[in-house]
Design a protein around this ligand. Structure first.
Ligand code: TLP
Length: 346
């Protein structure tokens, strides 16, 4: 292949634009361990406002964001209820056990959503001292493995009621909360307002090279700052990358709509291929999960790659394509042709 491959493996593959690089080049820096990096402080202040929280903290990754939040919200021996396909359960290397000494209680949801009716029976009786103590309910919005589905706000409100009844904390893995917000037209602030903690990524659809933001109360973030340092996550003149994050928040949220449109185009192509299965209802943002009945996952990935289209496994047995700001409409058209050529064989 001489032409540049089309990268639909993840929205993490984006490269900083010229303008973003300029913002990084020009960033004022200081020592962030002393909280004296002006660019980091600016990013955190901007994010605090955007999330509508009392405070925000810049961390190195989505995993670090989720794990710091769980650590601050729990004590060893506690239990966190989450959906069975949640990122914290499937893709974070067992960190809740390793880093916080807590276990997860995964519940099988529908389109990434678990209802209060499903959660309530999983809550451990407070008097059962021999059981783990239920402490947190975690929600992922959008839900990666479910195909970028948006968690309905009505369900969030109902889960919040349940959490209040049992005095539980709520954490939002909002790695792609920006996509949920743009597609549902519900402000990120409103989503965030229902949770004790939120973690959201700058390095996915927003196109920054590194970093996530966590938000919560001042007290929560003070403790998160301490945990981040204890895990070796205190960085120094990090304004250079915080500037990219701030640029991303200011410039790259609204345009996510275009990524959703592109995902829709790919999904509709797949829906017309008889050897493929796709649930079009699940394609609500920038992720397309589908199944090929003609080729297995590895062969599908390999054949697409040979044709210049890089896709990945979305969950066992399923393929995944994710759109992002480095994929043009022209590349989407090319991708559609490649998908037809590879999967449309009778
Ligand atoms: N997701 C990655 C892989 O880990 C699967 C991807 O390519 O989609 N929460 C959610 C919902 C995520 O999708 C991810 C990354 C994370 C957290 C972790 O973010 P990073 O990779 O920055 O640690």
């Amino acid at each position: 292949m001489t032409t540049k491959p089309i990268y639909l493996r993840s929205d993490t593959v984006t490269r900083p634009s010229q303008e973003m690089r300029r913002a990084m080049y020009e960033a004022e820096v200081g020592d962030d361990v002393f909280q004296e990096d002006p660019s980091v402080n600016q990013l955190q202040e901007y994010a605090t406002e955007l999330l509508g929280k009392e405070a925000a903290l810049f961390v190195s990754s989505g995993v670090m964001g989720n794990q710091i939040c769980l650590r601050v919200l729990t004590s060893p021996g506690d239990e966190v209820v989450c959906e069975r396909d949640a990122h914290i359960f499937q893709y974070e290397s067992g960190s809740p056990a390793v880093l916080s000494g807590v276990q997860l209680m995964p519940v099988e949801g529908k389109a990434g959503v678990i209802t209060p009716e499903q959660i309530e029976p999983c809550i451990r009786p407070i008097e059962a001292y021999y059981m783990p103590r239920t402490k947190v309910i975690e929600i992922e919005n959008t839900h990666n493995r479910a195909g970028g589905t948006i968690h309905p706000i009505e369900n969030i409100l109902r889960v919040k009621e349940l959490a209040k009844k049992y005095d539980l904390k709520l954490h939002l893995d909002g790695a792609r909360i920006w996509n949920a917000s743009v597609a549902s037209k519900i402000p990120v602030k409103e989503y965030a307002s229902h949770f004790d903690s939120i973690s959201c990524c700058l390095s996915k659809g927003l196109g920054a090279p590194v970093g996530s933001i966590i938000g919560g109360t001042k007290e929560f973030i003070k403790e998160a700052f301490r945990v981040r340092k204890s895990w070796g996550g205190g960085m120094r003149q990090i304004g250079i990358i915080a500037a990219a994050g701030l640029y991303a928040l200011k410039n790259n949220i609204e345009r996510l709509e275009e990524d959703h449109q592109k995902a829709r185009m790919l999904a509709e192509t797949i829906a017309e291929i008889s050897s493929c299965e796709i649930d079009l209802i699940s394609v609500q943002t920038n992720i397309v999960i589908f199944k090929s009945n003609a080729l297995n996952v590895l062969d599908s990935i390999e054949r697409c790659s040979e044709a210049g289209l890089l896709i990945s496994e979305g969950k066992p047995g399923y393929l995944r394509m994710i759109t992002h700001l480095d994929v043009s409409f022209d590349e989407i058209e090319k991708s559609k042709k490649i998908l037809n050529n590879i999967f449309n064989k009778k």
